[in-house]
Write a protein that binds this ligand. Structure first.
Ligand code: ATP
Ligand code: MG
Length: 218
């Protein structure tokens, strides 16, 4: 398959959305075709699932349900948006993807990893990003940044501090296991500095945009 599939991961407030918006401006200037989507959501069906997943009133949500809903949103996104864009030779940028499920629904939630992986293999057909930027930030700093922006927390953000610490550690473990895919970037830097590190790393990959790459490594 042609195209390039990259993802952004990191705890709440680490700057994923900020960096993706800077990156798309940079791509616009360079006239590089891209598709930028976010998870959960990114499609009409996915956005409806997102509303359920983040609804802070739904405290009765079971872990199994949560895993399946994230996977369902992802399945729709992969088939409806990501695969067609890759087939058209575009750069696809996803704000959270499979690693979020591994970390939030399994590692931090103490839920069987193989179950989450199996369900997501079905959901994605094995589609994996070629590059994942992990924006790493102390939890308290991310929460401070979000306090400025938000008045109400969503269902996931309401989880205890220890949960979010496990998320951060889980991400770092994943990055250690797959150093060729992950780039861990300190998010405790000026926005422009983070952006520069991302584009420096991405530029050589973009040169190969029109060459076939095997994303099905799962
Ligand atoms: N490097 C930075 N330094 C200081 N503030 C930042 C930095 N990056 C982002 N911010 C600010 O922190 C807030 C959260 O950023 P952003 O929404 O991009 O995070 P996010 O990772 O997308 O969060 P979420 O997981 O909640 O979607 C925003 O107000 C943003 O302007
Ligand atoms: Mg965001």
């Amino acid at each position: 398959m042609k195209g390039l599939f990259i993802t952004f991961e990191g705890t709440e407030g680490s700057g994923k959305t900020t960096q993706i918006s800077l990156l798309t401006e940079w791509l616009d200037q360079k006239k590089i075709p891209y598709l930028a989507v976010r998870e959960p959501g990114g499609t009409k069906i996915g956005d409806l699932i997102r509303d359920i997943l983040l609804n802070a009133k739904l405290t009765e949500m079971k872990q199994r349900t949560e895993i399946l809903l994230y996977a369902a949103s992802r399945a729709q996104l992969v088939e409806e948006k990501i695969l067609p864009a890759l087939q058209a030779g575009q750069l696809v940028i996803c704000d959270r993807y499979l690693d979020s499920s591994i970390v939030y629904q399994s590692l931090a939630a103490n839920w069987d990893l193989n179950e989450v992986l199996d369900i997501n293999r079905v959901a994605t057909g094995g589609l994996k990003p070629i590059r994942t930027y992990l924006l790493d930030l102390p939890i308290e700093m991310g929460q401070k940044r979000l306090m400025v922006r938000r008045t109400q927390k969503d269902r996931i953000e309401l989880k205890e501090l220890a949960f979010h610490q496990r998320v951060r550690e889980g991400y770092l473990k994943l990055a250690e296991k797959e150093p060729s895919r992950f780039r861990v970037i300190s998010a405790d830097q000026e926005i422009k500095m983070v952006h520069q590190q991302i584009t420096n790393d991405l530029l050589p990959l973009i040169d190969h945009l029109s060459e076939p790459i095997d994303f099905m490594t799962n």
